[in-house]
Design a protein around this ligand. Structure first.
Ligand code: SDX
Length: 441
């Protein structure tokens, strides 16, 4: 069997790829997007050839048509609805970026005002949900709490769970964007044994999140505008990223018709993994473990030793085989926050910068195209802002909620969408008869 590189162009629109299987030629449609690789449509492959494709980890598989985000991994490009991430990080706000990701265009002043007001009107949680937290141990990981509480939203907001009602879908989208910071902040306060701080609708999204996390009832608190702006930029960087593991999880859960709150809870669960959103926590723990610049060579050697099982957390990416464009902005934001807080001499920053310098010159990392990703500098920044390491992935979940729910909405509204049901290559026993217990030796 061979796949000739016979992308025949029958006309300007339709192209085909010819697959030759045991002498039988199979023409498969080739589809072209706005930019990026064409796709070979193999939907009919099993019906026409009796064979499946095999692609563990989906490294070469597109699972949908999407108009939201585009990544060019070789050139380090990330676009949200066509706008480069560095321009949005510098010139937009997270709430404006939420509107853009959701609706496809930057809002007019009137549209933005209505959207911002709508989100602010949904920031509170049903009061009974505050009792939900008391069922957790104080030392529960915030992501364990987030998975539980986000899933429980469907037990409190029944009037926005009908996925076939476009108004209910939109209300669920607004509720999730608005309530995720409140849920995350409450998980943090509960872990501290401090009273929860209710949202303030006179503050913008990130200033409000900072006050819900760091204010206490017995004294006034005003969010540091430099930190609020930095957090807003961090949220923009983390908002969406094509069909990453957690977004694909949300899409697969949504393809069964599960309600949006349950789907986002599934995304939270998947993001928790250290190979994915848990990498920011793992990267900071790694920097702590390295401790000083003189111990870096020992860890570089470990990362190159297959038998060590150790990887440089915050390095490498499934798609970026060049510098993660978000990491550049993240590094700049990290320096700004540390400068604003007078922490320029943070020893962890010194270790991170030296580790990056050494790794970028080392053949192992250069040849495997392993560059710092967004998680490499985010941990240092969030720690400097006062967040405990255990909250880092919860913050990632707050920011990525717009990506998850925007992709979920796009999937539900996609006429091509159907329940996800991958197949397999079976390598188990051939059919055999049951052996009664007395006959087994
Ligand atoms: C995120 O998908 C997304 O878009 C995710 C994300 C998003 O916004 O949603 O960008 C967020 O998850 C960023 C990635 C965070 N993860 C980490 O920082 C964890 C450390 N990185 C790795 O585990 C790894 O790089 C992955 C998981 C990110 C990518 O893995 P791949 O593409 O499957 O690469 P691989 O595991 O096949 O590795 C290729 C080679 C291997 O060596 P060989 O077997 O070819 O000899 O590179 C090596 C790996 O051993 N390698 C590393 C390494 N990452 C890969 N070696 C040392 N340190 C590393 N970090």
């Amino acid at each position: 069997m061979s796949v000739q590189n016979a992308i025949k162009t029958q006309d300007a629109k339709s192209k085909t790829a010819t697959l030759s299987i045991d002498g039988q030629a199979l023409d498969l449609p080739v589809r072209t997007g706005t930019c990026g690789p064409d796709v070979i449509d193999v939907a009919r492959l099993y019906r026409d050839s009796g064979r499946f494709t095999y692609d563990p980890g989906f490294t070469s598989t597109a699972n949908c048509v999407s108009k939201i985000t585009y990544i060019d991994g070789d050139n380090g490009i990330l676009l949200y609805r066509g706008y480069p991430i560095d321009q949005l990080a510098e010139r937009s706000s997270f709430i404006e970026t939420c509107y853009l990701l959701l609706h496809g265009e930057l809002p007019t002043a009137e549209q933005f005002a209505v959207f911002q007001r709508t989100i602010r009107n949904h920031t509170m949680l049903h009061e009974q949900m505050t009792r939900f937290y008391t069922g957790f141990r104080r030392d529960a990981h915030p992501m364990a709490v987030m998975v539980g509480v986000v899933g429980a939203l469907s037990a409190f907001y029944h009037d926005s769970t009908d996925i076939n009602d476009d108004q209910q879908r939109l209300i669920a989208v607004h509720r999730l964007i608005a309530k995720m910071p409140t849920i995350a902040a409450m998980a943090y306060k509960y872990s501290l044994g401090q009273p929860i701080i209710y949202p303030r609708n006179d503050l913008d999204y990130c200033a409000n999140f900072l006050q819900m996390c760091f204010a206490i009832p017995c004294e006034p608190y005003e969010p540091n505008p430099v930190l609020a702006r930095a957090l807003d930029r961090i949220f923009i960087l983390h908002a969406d990223h094509e069909q990453n593991a957690s977004t694909s999880t949300v899409r697969l859960a949504g393809s069964s018709g599960a309600n949006p709150f349950a789907c986002i809870a599934a995304g939270v669960a998947c993001l928790w993994g250290p190979a994915h959103g848990g990498a920011n926590e793992a990267a900071l723990n790694m920097l702590h473990e390295i401790g000083t610049v003189d111990r870096i060579p020992e860890y570089i050697a470990k990362a190159k030793d297959k038998n060590s099982g150790f990887r440089l957390m915050g390095f490498g990416h499934r798609v970026y085989k060049n510098y993660d464009p978000r990491a550049k902005v993240m590094q700049k934001t990290c320096h700004e926050v540390l400068d604003a807080l007078g922490m320029r001499d943070d020893p962890l920053l010194k270790v991170a910068m030296e580790l990056e310098r050494i790794a970028l010159e080392d053949d192992y990392f250069v040849n495997k195209k392993l560059y710092p990703n967004i998680d490499f500098y985010s941990g240092i920044t969030l720690r400097a802002m006062g967040f405990p390491v255990s909250m880092f992935t919860a913050l990632f979940a707050v920011a990525r909620t717009i990506g998850w729910i925007g992709q979920w909405k796009e999937m539900i509204e996609d006429p091509e969408q159907r329940i996800g049901r991958p197949r397999q290559l079976y390598a188990g026993p051939a059919e055999r008869d049951f052996v009664p217990l007395e006959d087994r030796n």
